[in-house]
Every structure is written in structure tokens, then in C-alpha cells.
Ligand binder design. Structure first.
Ligand SMILES: [Ca+2]
Ligand SMILES: [Ca+2]
Ligand SMILES: [Ca+2]
Ligand SMILES: [Zn+2]
Length: 476
């Protein structure tokens, strides 16, 4: 692991303006209508990852690109300010600095090369040779503008868009991001939604109780020094709390628990719908923990019923009691596909087992530690998820994916209407990436059908498998 640094940086806190003067408008493969738009998108991808530097753009800049003018021009040219391009060079970044401080960076694309803008594996130009992807090269060059060098030239073997040669890598990789954040820090999260809400169990009103006694317990190690205990004696007994949710939204649900040798297993429901997995509170000696109960979407704020009921006990546990410390609701834009309901799926062919067709994969680097795979044997197969949208409005739709050599190409449709471009999940090795599916407008809060239809595969791929990690709806 380890990126490479040029040795100079912009002052911390800089707003670095790039003069985008990539003349000409044409519709590119990814739908951008100019290279300026593609470049602006590449800058935005870096901005998302950086704390103490942000790129700004001068759109369609008419500044004459000049070396040494302290303006950062991005443009096509047949020369490097009059000097020759090496015939293999696609683009160069010329940096001016004083000591370790960057003063200027001009990015020049070799106009003798064929460029388009697209995601996925490198394509072949109509006249032969590579159809160079301007977008990924721009991400790379802007990495140089930031002060990053080529890790492969520094004798490192890492997956990075900052490696010296163009490849099927079309997006920022972990190593690139770590490099950028080493120079300028990570962004402070600015959630578009409210801060996390923490509800102390001992302060919630008990809405219903069945078959067991319920009491507050004191313990300095619990949040606010207290919690609750449901002294259950068997399965089916429960306590239901009223949780005053502040606002409509999607939230990660976390529950603080106090474990012990006489604890049972609980299941939780929210508004009568099962939420997350069963949680065993047994430990041989007393302890404390935080349990992940998945993600919930509320279409409105207000009082919600969180019910905890005893579903069993560990064979070695001495009892069925449950102790709760708090319920935490953490706003998120992300819906993990492994937790989404599958609304419909192409029926399993006769010679397939269910797990050969569709299922959940577990992997540490995946968001939430898991994702889903769908392994059709041919195109035109689909899987459709029910996606709850908390509030009507305009959102950017992002799909988190896991790439591999056996991946197919999908088209997303929302309630039957195609959304965004076709997306190729193929890559020669296993990586995690995102696919931008564009802006979608939802007229009202509610459940929407997100259909992922396999439309084909690229020539290098060995299969049609889709692997989805999450769906993110970023409010605009
Ligand atoms: Ca300049
Ligand atoms: Ca508490
Ligand atoms: Ca996931
Ligand atoms: Zn380079």
C-alpha cells in the first residue's frame, strides 16, 4: 500500500480553480456533451475525497493557456507550449512550484490522440488502437495537479488510477484516495440529513409489555448511566417502546445492549415489520455491546413503535432476559442491497439451485460487509428490488458494485423507466466501485421498483453476473 508523492502541495485550505478550455461540443459515450463537462465531473470526484483543498472551475474558459501565468489551464493541443509530445503521451501536467508549494498546474491533452469519455474497460477506436477515455485520464492528471506521482514508477504494485499507464481502472481507487487524503486530509462529513439521534431506552415510554416484568437498571457503564431490563421467562414475551423519530429519512439502526450469562435472544420490529437479524445477548460474563439492526426508512417523522421480543436463548444461557441501553438512528443515504427486499426476479432455471442464481455474498471491504449477486446465464434476466424513498425530490442515483472478470452489463430502470446509462461491471480483478446512474426525480415518498436488467457483457468477460453492494440516493 502506498501511492507516491511529487513532493509539492497547494497551501492547505486552497480553492484551486481550473480553467476548462477544452473547446468543442459533442455528445460523448457517457452522455456528457463536452469534454469540459467530463473534466468537471473528474474534478468533482476528487473534491468528494478531499478535506483541505477543493477544485473550482472556470467553465468554457477563454483564457489563452499560458505557461507561467499562475492560471491553471486544461486544454487540447498538438504541442506542449510549442514543444513536442512524445508519440505515446496522452496528456501532461506541467507544474510550477516554489519550494514545496505549488503555484500553477497546466494540463495539456495531446490532440493527436482519439478521445471519448466513458466508463468500463478500454475500448478500441474505429481506426484501430485505443479509444482513450478522457475521463479517467483527467482523473489521473488532476491527481498530478494535487501533487500525486505514479506509484508503479515508485516500485509499488498497487491498484491505482495514478499508475503511469491507462488501463481498465476508470475511477479513484483506495490507494489514490489515501494519497489525496495524505496531502489534504479527508472531508468532514456534511450529511445532507439530520445528525444521529440517540434514544436512551430508560427514557422511552413503554407502549406495551407482555408476559414479563420490565424495569430500569442503573449501571455506570451504560449510556446516561442506565438502561432497561425485560425479565423474560420464555419466548414470545416482549416490550414495545415509542420512539419519537424527528424526520422522514433512511437511518441505520444501532441498539446498545448489556450482555450476560442469563440473557436471551431478541428480535426487533419497527412498526410491525421485522427489522434486522436476531440478536443474542448471552455472554459468559457481563458485558456491553452495540448491535447492528440494519437500515430503516421512515416516510414521515413522528412516533414509531420499536418492539423487542424474546425469540429464544443460547443453549448455554441461564435465562431469557433482555437488557437495552439505547436505540441510535444514524441518517444515511445508502441502502444496502443485502437488506433490500427482492420484489421480483427472473425464475431460477431448472438446473440451478437457488444459491447458484441469486444470493448474498459476505466480504469485509463491501459496504455493510456484504452485497448481493445475481448470476444469470444470459442477457434479458433481471432482479428488481423494492427501494424505499423517504422523501419526494431529486436525487443522484449511485450503485455500489463489486467488479470481477465474470461481470455483465446492466441497465437500471425505476418503476419501468430506464435510469442512466448501461453500466459494465467487468474488471480483470476484484475491486469495489461506484456507477453513477444520473439524476432521478421521485414525485413522492414511497416504495419504488429498481430493476437491474442484464443487457449483455463485454468481450473480455466470462459471464453475466451482477454484484451489487448498495444503492445510494444523494439528495440534490
Ligand atoms: Ca498556466
Ligand atoms: Ca441508556
Ligand atoms: Ca452492502
Ligand atoms: Zn501520469
Amino acid at each position: 500500500m502506498g501511492f507516491a508523492l511529487e513532493g509539492q502541495t497547494w497551501p492547505q485550505g486552497s480553492n484551486v480553480t481550473m480553467q476548462l478550455s477544452l473547446v468543442g461540443n459533442q455528445t460523448l459515450i457517457d452522455g456528457f456533451t463536452s469534454f469540459n463537462q467530463s473534466a468537471e465531473d473528474a474534478l468533482a470526484l476528487w473534491n468528494e475525497q478531499l478535506g483541505r483543498l477543493q477544485f473550482f472551475v472556470a467553465r468554457n474558459s477563454t483564457i489563452e493557456p499560458t505557461d507561467g501565468d499562475r492560471l491553471n489551464s486544461v486544454f487540447f493541443s498538438s504541442t506542449i507550449f510549442g514543444g513536442s509530445f512524445d508519440s505515446n503521451t496522452l496528456a501532461v501536467t506541467l507544474r510550477t512550484f516554489s519550494g514545496s508549494t505549488l503555484l500553477e498546474a497546466d494540463v495539456i491533452f495531446n490532440s493527436a490522440k482519439s478521445f471519448d469519455s466513458y466508463r468500463g474497460p478500454l475500448r478500441t477506436a474505429s481506426g484501430g488502437g485505443t479509444l482513450h477515455d478522457f475521463h479517467r485520464i483527467t482523473i489521473h492528471e488532476f491527481g498530478h495537479v494535487l501533487g500525486l506521482d505514479h506509484p508503479d514508477h515508485a516500485n509499488q504494485n498497487v491498484v491505482a488510477i495514478m499508475n503511469a499507464y491507462e488501463s481498465d481502472i476508470d475511477s479513484l481507487q483506495t490507494d489514490d484516495i489515501q494519497g489525496g487524503q495524505t496531502l489534504y486530509g479527508a472531508p468532514t462529513p456534511t450529511p445532507s440529513v439530520a445528525p444521529a439521534s440517540l434514544f436512551e431506552a430508560e427514557l422511552l415510554s413503554l407502549q406495551a409489555l407482555s408476559g414479563a416484568t420490565h424495569k430500569a437498571i442503573s449501571d455506570a457503564n451504560l449510556s446516561a448511566g442506565a438502561g432497561t431490563q425485560l425479565s423474560a421467562t420464555g419466548t414470545g414475551q416482549y416490550a414495545a417502546y415509542t420512539v419519537p423519530v424527528i424526520a422522514a429519512g433512511t437511518y441505520k439502526v444501532r441498539v446498545g445492549v448489556k450482555t450476560g450469562a442469563k440473557r436471551g435472544i431478541f428480535k426487533m420490529s419497527v412498526g410491525g415489520v421485522a427489522q434486522g437479524k436476531a440478536q443474542d445477548e448471552y455472554t459468559s460474563s457481563g458485558g456491553y455491546g452495540v448491535r447492528n439492526l440494519g437500515t430503516v426508512t421512515f416516510f414521515s417523522g413522528g412516533n414509531k413503535t420499536f418492539k423487542f421480543w424474546v425469540s429464544g436463548k443460547n443453549a448455554i444461557s441461564g435465562g431469557y432476559s433482555i437488557a437495552l441501553d439505547y436505540i441510535k438512528l444514524i441518517p444515511t443515504d445508502r441502502l444496502e442491497t443485502e437488506s433490500l427486499k427482492v420484489q421480483s426476479i427472473t425464475p431460477i432455471p431448472g438446473d440451478y439451485t437457488s444459491n447458484q442464481w441469486f444470493g448474498v455474498f459476505r466480504a469485509m471491504p463491501a459496504s455493510g460487509g456484504a452485497g448481493t449477486y445475481f448470476k444469470p446465464n444470459a442477457p434479458t434476466k433481471h432482479v428488481t428490488y423494492t427501494v424505499p424513498v423517504a422523501k419526494g425530490g431529486s436525487y443522484r442515483v449511485i450503485a455500489g458494485i463489486q467488479t470481477k472478470p465474470n461481470r455483465g452489463i446492466f441497465q437500471l430502470a425505476i418503476n419501468g423507466v430506464n435510469q442512466g446509462q448501461r453500466q459494465d461491471e467487468y474488471y480483470s480483478s476484484l475491486t469495489y466501485g461506484t456507477r453513477d446512474l444520473g439524476l432521478a426525480s421521485f414525485s413522492a415518498a414511497g416504495d419504488y421498483a429498481f430493476e437491474f436488467a442484464v443487457t449483455g457483457k463485454n468481450a473480455s468477460s466470462t459471464g453475466y453476473t451482477l454484484a451489487l453492494d448498495y444503492i445510494e440516493l444523494v439528495p440534490q
